[in-house]
Each structure stands twice: as C-alpha cells, then as structure tokens.
Design a protein around this ligand. Structure first.
Ligand code: AMP
Length: 250
C-alpha cells in the first residue's frame, strides 16, 4: 500500500506570533517556519506502518512556497520516500488544498491518506474532512490509534468530547491525526544526508487545474486581549463568595 502524507509549512509552534501593523494578517518576515506538528505525527505513523510491513511507499505532498521543500525534506529525513511540492506563493484555503490533494490521490492511487487534524496557523480543521468528501472515501478524524484488519478494514480510535470512540472503516481511507497517536522521531544525521538525494517532484497549481482564488475574506486580525491581573483571596469562604456574587458561576 502507498501512503500519501500532506505536510504543511507553518510558523514554528515556539514562535510568538505577531500581527501585522495594518491588521491584514500575521507577520511572516524572518519568522522560523517548521512542519505542522500534527503532520509530523502523520509522517511518523506512515513510517511505523511501513516498518510493520503494512505500507510500501510514503509520499509527502506540500502546497506552498518554494521553501516548503525544506518541510518535505524534514519528512524525508524522518524516513518518507519521496515528495511532491505544488509551488504557489498565494494563500491556499482548505477547500483548494483538498481539491489539489484529490487530483494527486487520483494520480498516485494511495490506499491511505494521513493528514494532521489541523494546521496550527489557521486552525481550520477542514482539509481532511473535505478531501474524504471529495473522494467519497471513509474518514477517521482525530485518530489516537489505528489498527488494520485482515478483511481490508481498519479500526480507528478517535478522540471525541467525553472520551474515545472506535470505528471500523473500509479502505481506502482518509485519516487525520491527533496528538496522542504517537511521538514523532527525530531524524538522524545519516538520514538527513540521505534525504538530500530523495526526489521531490516540482508541480504548479495549474498542473491540477484547480481554481485557488480565495472564497473567504479576512476582515481583521487582532492580538488576543492582554490577560488581566488576578486577585488573591484570603479564605475559601471569600473565594466561594466571589464565585457566587462576582463571577456568577456558582
Ligand atoms: P487545516 O484543515 O488547514 O487545519 O489542515 C489540516 C491538515 O491538512 C494539515 O495538518 C495538513 O496535513 C493538510 N494541509 C493543509 N494545508 C496544507 C498545505 N498547504 N500543504 C499540505 N498539506 C496541507
């Protein structure tokens, strides 16, 4: 089975995000960028499947600027086999990403697509669901455990409000990963060197005939309000009184 893993280049999760002075978006100038953390979990899961003899080839795909090659190289250094970069400097909304991914799925014919549950830049949590709908495939979202069966189905344990839900899904399958699925490995130095020789296919949006014109308009982008100072209470009785009479939560 071939596994396709879409990986997005996003602002590194350790960076404090700044809003552009004109409020038109987030400042990306001279900011450290990395692979979306949920996508690292997807790459790790794909590698574990190959190590378990359940997958043969792992193909990474990123849609973004030329520098997204680095994101693909990170996944190749972890152990993926090859990459596809659909190069564009324009912002690409989840529906357009899903349409491009659909075209790539039709060309590559993977048995499984593993996406992150969300990209930590826009927190959309849409692409995997849209891709599954466009393909007419089963979807297992927010996966914290994956188990393939001999009958061509997979048990996917999902993190939902109030607990865990296990569903049995027919392959081919779109999976989106949650934090607890695995702990991604670090790339070793020899593997980083090896990754430099692995192929990355350079494509454009036009190759897939998808209209990526934005359907959404960003009205404003603002910093979250600064947190107000708290108050120290002298006793439990005072705390209960404040919760009851000031906060109104009791
Ligand atoms: P989102 O729906 O934007 O929160 O993204 C969910 C997942 O879709 C990400 O974790 C990636 O696996 C995939 N994805 C979204 N945008 C891109 C992109 N530009 N390139 C590659 N994969 C993407």
């Amino acid at each position: 089975m071939k596994v396709l893993v879409p990986v997005k280049r996003v602002i590194d999760y350790n960076v404090k995000v700044r809003v552009k002075p004109d409020g038109s978006g987030v400042d990306l100038a001279n900011v450290k960028m990395s692979m979306n953390p949920f996508d690292e979990i997807s790459v790790e899961e794909a590698i574990r499947l190959r190590e378990a003899g359940k997958a043969e080839e792992i193909v990474l795909v990123s849609i973004g600027p030329k520098q997204a090659q680095e994101t693909i190289r990170t996944g190749l250094a972890m152990g993926a086999d090859r990459g596809i970069l659909v190069e564009t400097d324009a912002p690409v909304e989840p529906l357009a990403v899903a349409k491009i991914l659909k075209a790539i799925v039709e060309a590559e014919e993977p048995g499984l697509v593993i996406l992150g549950k969300q990209a930590i830049d826009d927190d959309s949590n849409q692409t995997g669901q849209m891709l599954a709908a466009l393909l007419g495939w089963a979807q297992g979202t927010f996966a914290s455990k994956l188990e393939f069966k001999d009958d061509g189905t997979a048990d996917v344990t999902r993190e939902i409000d109030g607990g865990l839900q296990t569903i049995n899904l027919k392959m081919p399958l779109v999976l989106t990963t949650d934090l607890r699925l695995n702990e991604p490995r670090y790339a070793s130095l020899p593997n980083i060197m090896k990754a430099k020789k692995k192929p990355i296919d350079m494509k454009t949006v036009d190759d897939y005939g998808v209209d990526i014109a934005p359907r959404l308009e960003v009205v404003s982008t603002v910093e979250p309000p600064a947190r107000e100072a708290g108050v120290r209470v002298e006793s439990v009785a005072e705390l209960v009184d404040k919760l009851k009479n000031e906060a109104g939560v009791l």
